[in-house]
Every structure is written in structure tokens, then in C-alpha cells.
Design a protein around this ligand. Structure first.
Ligand code: GDP
Length: 138
């Protein structure tokens, strides 16, 4: 699975009408979409997905934000997918993100930062399996 990563277009970017522009950046950068859905996380889903951040002060705010509206979730394929996608989206805080990155272009702030990108091959596999069954991956 080292050539796959998992992403979400978060509720802020969906609400602000950026789905099309973000997908254009993703596919132009050479990522192939192997799974995709338009969905909304339940509170339980978001708490589980972000369980690693449970002790962080922003956990409650993060769960609240990620459940407030629909998201697009996807599994992407490309050589070096995890690292290349993290480079494409930019730093967690859009104020620190490089010019031209997705977060620089479309994020609002460190919380509402437009997109998720897995931080390791291991987490990419876990996160992809959390959102998609085998028969939804092409
Ligand atoms: P990422 O890997 O770049 O998404 O960053 P992290 O794994 O550190 O954090 C996960 C998500 O939690 C981020 O994408 C933000 O949506 C949110 N987040 C991170 N740091 C903060 C913070 O300091 N304050 C708030 N409100 N949200 C944060």
C-alpha cells in the first residue's frame, strides 16, 4: 500500500464550494482516484477517526467541525503518495503553508484547513479501510 494515501475534503472547503478546484489540483498532480464518496461523519465516526488526538485541547472543536457538514473522502494512488500528497496540501496551519498548496489556497485557519492527508503508509491503510469496503476501491 505504499503507493496509496487517504484524503478528505473537509466541511469548510465543501461549504465554500471548493470541491471541484481541489480535485483538479489533486488529479493534475498525478494522483489517481481509486475510491471516493460524498458523505457526512457522525460524531462517533469523527471521534474514532481522530482518537489519536483525544488528549489534545482542540479535540472537541475538531470533532464538532468535522461533523458539521458533508465531506468528500477518497483513496488516492501515486508513487510516494503519502509524502507527495502532504507536500501538495501544505502545512497544517495555512498561514505557514507554502504558496500554491491546497491549504494555502483554500483553508480558513489551522482548524478549518480544507483537507486531510494521511501522515504515514500505515495510517493511510487504516484510514482508507475506515471509510471504504474492499468493493468500493477500484
Ligand atoms: P495534519 O496532519 O496536518 O492534518 O495535522 P494534525 O494531525 O496535527 O491535526 C489534525 C487536524 O486537527 C488538523 O488538520 C486540524 O484540522 C486540527 N488541528 C490541528 N492543530 C490544531 C490546533 O492547534 N487548533 C485547532 N482548533 N485545530 C487543530
Amino acid at each position: 500500500m505504499t503507493n496509496r494515501t487517504f484524503t478528505m475534503i473537509k466541511p469548510d472547503a465543501v461549504a465554500n464550494g471548493h470541491i471541484g478546484a481541489i480535485l483538479e489540483k489533486v488529479t493534475s498532480a498525478g494522483f489517481k482516484i481509486v475510491a471516493m464518496k460524498y458523505t457526512q461523519l457522525s460524531r462517533r465516526d469523527a471521534e474514532k477517526f481522530y482518537a489519536i488526538h483525544k488528549e489534545r485541547p482542540f479535540y472537541g472543536e475538531l470533532v464538532q467541525f468535522m461533523t458539521r457538514g458533508p465531506i468528500v473522502s477518497a483513496i488516492l494512488e501515486k508513487d510516494n503518495a503519502v509524502d507527495d500528497f502532504r507536500a501538495l496540501i501544505g502545512a497544517t496551519n495555512p498561514a505557514e503553508a507554502a504558496e500554491g498548496t491546497i491549504r494555502k489556497l483554500f483553508a480558513t485557519n489551522i482548524s478549518e484547513n480544507a483537507v486531510h492527508g494521511s501522515d504515514s503508509d500505515e495510517n493511510a491503510a487504516i484510514e482508507g479501510a475506515f471509510h471504504f469496503s474492499g468493493r468500493e476501491i477500484y
